[in-house]
Design a binder for this molecule. Structure first.
Ligand SMILES: Cc1cc2nc3c(=O)[nH]c(=O)nc-3n(C[C@H](O)[C@H](O)[C@H](O)COP(=O)(O)OP(=O)(O)OC[C@H]3O[C@@H](n4cnc5c(N)ncnc54)[C@H](O)[C@@H]3O)c2cc1C
Length: 418
């Protein structure tokens, strides 16, 4: 089939690669001049189970409200209170209940561990090098945080994910650069989680996809898609282009494209922040990736730089930096590795991550036989990108998928979405 993939982020590029591998004729349509220019650009670069925790977890509501008026917080609100944001927040809050969270986390872990297997295969067979490092530490500042993370640890165990709970001394032995000034209760060590350079990975996947015949059309924005009998057309600069199938992998713009054809996803563009700064003292910089569970901010070492990312801002439609989000990233850097770098002078970035209230992406068919979606990966898309791309290729090729698709498709919203 001739398949057009809308979006050249990590999801679109991985989808294109696997579609071409399955024998399809593939074109990627991207509005910017290269791949990985939006959410995939500012990625924290963490991959694996620790990168796929939904925002809606037991305890999230209490944590966010208790920290709302502090100078640093895992969530920031801009002054623009729009109805879409409230609807999304209300639905997200209902996903915090333990049974809902467990179901969502299970689905994410199923997809992320499948994805990790495919990534390992890609790294070995294609000799990819995107500055990967192994190992992540999830820091719990209090016993209450550890308690709230128990269901996640249990689910990690169920999928065979290696993890070890460390006391303060053991955590400091493993990561000697951790500041002695910052008190914490314990840390979860996940040895098989990876970090690496996500935009570099996407560029490498683009080359591999091109080797398989994928065409990339940059600086080209799709204005609309039109499902037709036996195919689909899409609009670019007033021209209509016909193809056999379209995959919408347009990150936060997926909502607009799909709404125009009657598919309303509860997807909301949450603004997420990252900062990069050169390492000043190498022996005081982290060896492992560190995730601060209180602030939901992660910190990784990327070559000669430290990358910090996290803090979700709701209600903002511009790219202005919110001071609370900036303060939060700086605090996390200063708390854990104070002398490794100057976090105040870092280059800060923010971008929209397309998030669904459940935090679980949507893949596969829509009510139109030739329109497919691969979107809503929220804060963990890289961890799920290879798996999502391969599943899409299998579904479009009418092949059996290698993992159960339960909960990953539009059918989870019932008949109204069909
Ligand atoms: C600060 C930050 C840190 C993160 N950290 C991590 C992490 O550590 N680990 C992890 O796994 N995930 C992380 N994520 C999440 C992950 O980066 C995103 O979920 C992911 O990049 C989304 O990929 P995507 O391809 O769906 O979207 P995007 O990367 O946003 O790509 C969508 C692309 O579609 C293009 N597009 C949109 N509309 C159109 C159109 N109409 N026509 C043509 N092109 C169009 C856009 O230009 C864009 O390039 C992070 C996200 C952020 C913002």
């Amino acid at each position: 089939m001739r398949v057009a993939v809308i979006g050249g982020g990590v999801i679109g590029v991985c989808t294109a690669y696997y579609l071409a591998e399955a024998g399809h004729e593939v074109a990627v349509i991207e509005r910017y001049g290269n791949v990985a220019q939006e959410a995939s650009f500012g990625n924290l670069d963490l991959m694996g189970p620790s990168a796929v925790r939904p925002w809606a977890t037991p305890g999230t509501v209490g944590r966010v409200f208790s920290m709302l008026f502090r100078p640093e917080s895992p969530m920031a609100f801009s002054a623009r209170f729009e109805p879409a944001m409230w609807r999304w927040l209300r639905r997200s809050m209902s996903e915090c209940a333990l049974p809902r969270y467990k179901q969502n986390q299970q689905r994410l872990l199923r997809l992320a561990s499948y994805s990790q297997e495919l990534m390992q295969h890609l790294v070995q067979t294609c000799e990819l090098d995107f500055q990967q490092r192994n190992g992540a530490l999830m820091m719990f500042r209090t016993s209450r945080e550890l308690e709230l993370a128990q269901p996640m640890m249990e689910l990690l165990g169920e999928i065979g994910g290696r993890h070890e709970l460390l006391d303060i001394e053991a955590a400091r032995q493993l990561e000697p650069a951790l500041s002695s000034e910052t008190a914490f209760h314990s840390a979860l060590y996940i040895p098989d989680d990876w970090s690496g350079n996500c935009p570099l990975f996407v560029r490498q996947m683009k080359s591999l996809a091109q080797d398989k015949g994928v065409e990339f059309h940059f600086n080209t924005e799709v204005q609309a898609i039109r499902p037709e009998i036996g195919g689909v057309s899409f609009q670019i600069e007033g021209r209509s282009i016909d193809t056999d199938a379209v995959v919408v992998a347009a990150g936060s713009d997926s909502v607009r494209l799909l709404k125009a054809i009657g598919i309303s996803l509860p997807l909301y563009p949450v603004k997420v922040y990252s900062a990069s700064t050169p390492i000043q003292e190498y022996e005081l910089a982290p060896q492992l990736s560190v995730f601060d569970d209180t602030y939901r901010v992660g910190l990784t070492r990327l070559g000669k730089r430290i990358r910090i990312a996290g803090c979700a801002e709701l209600g903002s439609s511009n790219f202005d930096l919110n001071q609370k989000a900036v303060n939060t990233l700086v605090k996390v850097g200063d708390d854990w590795f104070p002398n490794a770098a100057n976090y105040r002078t870092a280059s800060f970035w923010c971008g929209p991550a397309a998030m669904l209230p459940e935090g679980v992406p949507l893949l596969g068919a829509t009510r139109y036989p030739n329109v497919f979606i691969n979107t809503g990966h929220g804060a963990g898309a890289w961890a799920m990108a290879a798996g999502s791309g391969k599943l899409m290729a299998d579904l479009i090729s009418s092949r059996r998928t290698e993992i159960d698709m339960d909960g990953l498709t539009l059918t989870r919203y019932g008949d109204r979405m069909r």
